[in-house]
Design a protein. Structure first.
Length: 132
């Protein structure tokens, strides 16, 4: 599972990756033109039981059923965007993205589930515009 957020003012990018095979979560952050390869850190290690609980919550909260695209409201051109990629064990994948728009309720619930497993105060799946 990969979640990327981009701040349109300067292009600061944060990418969060959950590697369920290794039971770790990482964060990669960079500005355009940075050497992107040296900014990755492990933000969490979790057990198989925590992984199962997290995936169950994400299904319950609807993360796997969100729309493919969440377009920016009319007249809003700055702010930020996000992209979510989910790769399944059977080789299939799903992708969703948004620009200044999110499935707010779903992201709010999922943010809490991700925080519970990472204990890291990051905006994982909780872009600033979802706070409003």
């Amino acid at each position: 599972l990969t979640y990327t957020s981009v701040d349109y003012n300067g292009g600061f990018t944060k990418e969060y990756l959950f590697f369920f095979e290794k039971n770790i979560a990482t964060r990669h952050s960079f500005l355009p033109g940075d050497n992107e390869s040296d900014r990755t850190e492990t933000v969490a290690e979790f057990s198989e039981e925590q992984e199962k609980t997290l995936i169950d919550k994400l299904y319950t909260y609807g993360l796997f059923d969100i729309k493919k695209e969440y377009k920016s409201p009319p007249g809003i051109y700055d702010g930020g965007g996000w992209n979510l990629k989910i790769h399944y064990n059977d080789g299939t994948s799903k992708e969703s993205s948004g620009s200044n728009n999110t499935p707010g309720s779903v992201f709010s619930k999922c943010a809490k589930a991700f925080f519970d497993i990472t204990l890291h105060s990051t905006p994982l799946l909780y872009p600033q515009n979802a706070l409003q």
